[in-house]
Structures are given as C-alpha cells and as structure tokens.
Ligand binder design. Structure first.
Ligand SMILES: Nc1ncnc2c1ncn2[C@@H]1O[C@H](COP(=O)(O)OP(=O)(O)OP(=O)(O)O)[C@@H](O)[C@H]1O
Length: 254
C-alpha cells in the first residue's frame, strides 16, 4: 500500500509542531524518519497513522483519505508501534501479542487457526517464542519492545509505523528487527535516532528539522557532512560501507 501525505500541519496553541510536511512511500518501501529531539517525528507518525487529525493537509493510504476510512478497517491495515508503549501488567507475552488480532475478530467469532498462526509467527519473528508464557511485567525493556513489535506483526498489517523501535534493543536485535521489517511485504515508516541503522535499512530517508522536511532521498544523497552539521550539529566523516555502497557515518569526538 502507498502512503501519501500532503501539506500536513499540526500544532499546539500557536506553536507549529508539524509544518507543511509532504512525503510519500511506495508500496513495499521502507522510509526512515530522522531528526533531532523534538523535531516532530512522533507527532508526524501519529498524523500519518491516522491517530491524530492534522489541522490542515491530508494523508492517503492506497489513494484513500485516511480520515474517511472507518477506524476498524484502518486498524486491519495499519499498525503502529509506539515508543515506550504501556500494557496492562497482569498478562503474559502471548496475551499481549494476541491483542494484535483484535481488529480481525468479530464479537461472535472464536479464536481461529489463522489467529493462532499469526500470533505464533509474530512471536517467532521477534525471537520471543520461548518466553510466550512469561508475565509481561517481568520482561526487560528490550524484550517488551520486541513483544510490542510482535503485537503489531500479529495484526498482519499492510502498513507499519514504528517510533524508535530499536532504542532498547541490543545490537543483534536492532539489526534483526530492522532487517525483518525491511524484508516484510509491507510499507513502513520508521523513526530512528541511529543514523547508521537508517542508512543500512531504509530505501529513502526523510529528515525533519523543527517540524519541516529538511531533506528527502536515498541515504547516500541525504546523509551528507553538511546536513549532519546543520541539522544534527555534529561533525562526521562519511564513507561508502561494503553494504551495497550505503553511507557509513563515523562521528568525530571533537
Ligand atoms: N501535545 C503536545 N503539547 C505540547 N507540545 C507538544 C505536544 N506534543 C508534542 N509537543 C512538542 O512538539 C515537539 C515535537 O515532539 P515529538 O515528540 O513529535 O518530537 P520527536 O522528533 O519525536 O522527538 P524525540 O526524538 O525526542 O522523540 C516537542 O518540542 C514536544 O515537546
């Protein structure tokens, strides 16, 4: 499914937080969203996912205005992995992932074999099958994050929005999760702080700065020394990594 956002604007009181943002993601594309703290990444993701209404502008998913799609139909197609999402404490890992099936079930339908296999596949994808009976509140931060990703996968969405999905993960799981999202047959928009991970796994990158799009394009075009200096206020050297010539950033300490 494609995602197109046109001239999105959202703010609080007189402060513009997302300002005239237009972007698009083609079916199957992995789009990275990067920018400094407070640049509006989470706010923009919420607008794109239809969780918040823009004050002006529109979002289309597969050519249809998201504001016109009934919420339940939307949640069958679109999954959102929030940053530091909370969950009721008295549940097991499997219970949390099972919640991902809610949009696909009616009040009368029982738990089906399709539901069961979607949950099992999602747990396996994030390496949490062995812990499926463990109480949620006993999980580490990274394990919780993987379970929330599994819950979104169990939704079997066609579009996925992920807000810093790797911030609690060890390096193995950071790479595994991003590789998996990239290789899934869905369109994804991922807010990331790690610029090298964004370079490794995203087809294109959108750079937000103070709520506006500062740059957009393939990692090699976007991640320049000048942009890193101007937007992120860091000095860095950039070389082509052995990973299909994608840029690799080495930050300078001083
Ligand atoms: N409901 C709100 N009321 C007031 N200010 C808000 C609200 N939501 C977001 N903001 C402000 O908007 C700005 C953008 O926030 P947002 O969380 O979208 O940024 P971000 O790029 O995701 O940041 P980070 O990298 O730190 O997670 C911040 O300055 C934040 O304080």
């Amino acid at each position: 499914m494609s995602i197109v956002a046109e001239n999105l604007h959202w703010g609080v009181k007189r402060k513009a937080i997302v300002s005239d943002v237009s972007l698009s993601a083609a079916p199957g594309e992995t789009l990275g969203l990067i920018g400094p703290n407070g640049s509006g990444k989470s706010s923009l993701l919420r607008l794109l996912a239809g969780l918040r209404k823009p004050q002006s502008g529109r979002v289309e998913v597969n050519g249809r205005d998201i504001a016109q799609v009934p919420r339940r139909a939307l949640s069958r197609q679109v999954a959102f992995v929030q940053q530091n999402a909370a969950t009721d404490t008295n549940v097991s890992v499997r219970d949390v992932v099972r919640l991902g099936r809610t949009p696909h079930r009616s009040a009368l339908s029982g738990w089906s074999a399709t539901d069961e296999s979607a949950v099992a596949a999602a747990l396996e994808s994030v390496d949490m099958t062995a812990r499926r009976s463990q109480p949620w509140q006993t999980l580490s931060g990274g394990e919780r994050q993987r379970v929330h990703i599994a819950r979104a996968l169990a939704q079997t969405p066609q579009v996925m929005f992920l807000d810093e999905p790797t911030n609690h993960l060890d390096i193995h799981h950071q790479i595994e999760i991003l590789r998996m999202v990239r290789d899934l047959d869905l369109t994804s928009v991922i807010a990331l702080h790690d610029l090298n991970l964004a370079a490794m796994f995203c087809d294109r990158i959108v750079v937000l700065d103070a709520g506006s799009v500062r740059a957009c394009g393939t990692p090699d075009v976007v991640l320049t020394q000048e942009l890193l200096r101007d937007v992120f206020r860091v000095t860095a050297d950039i070389s082509a990594s052995p990973d299909a010539g994608r840029p690799h950033i080495r930050f300078r300490a001083g």
